[in-house]
Ligand binder design. Structure first.
Ligand SMILES: [Zn+2]
Length: 84
């Protein structure tokens, strides 16, 4: 066996260089706006999670969705109870 000596080129980046590079890595706050219908704060260009409306038009049936969710929950509870 033989050892191969390899030259290592190491580009030293100073603290200043590193920090300067990372100066663009900042996270920005999500742009929130008040919903036209219910006034709840919501993300821009996204259906309101509170009332399910976008551009004054109902897109998501929130009430139906929640009732269906509740029904599913109660159904699941019944299944988990052991039959005696
Ligand atoms: Zn809303």
């Amino acid at each position: 066996m033989y050892t191969l000596e390899v030259m290592v080129v190491r580009m030293r980046s100073t603290k200043s260089h590193r920090n300067n590079r990372r100066s663009h890595l900042k996270l920005e706050n999500p742009s929130l706006i008040a919903c036209d219908n219910c006034g709840e704060m919501k993300l821009k260009h996204i259906v309101c999670p509170n009332c399910g409306k976008y551009n004054n038009r109902e897109v998501v049936d929130i009430i139906g969705k929640t009732t269906r969710k509740e029904a599913k929950k109660t159904e699941k509870k019944k299944e988990t109870v052991p039959a005696k």
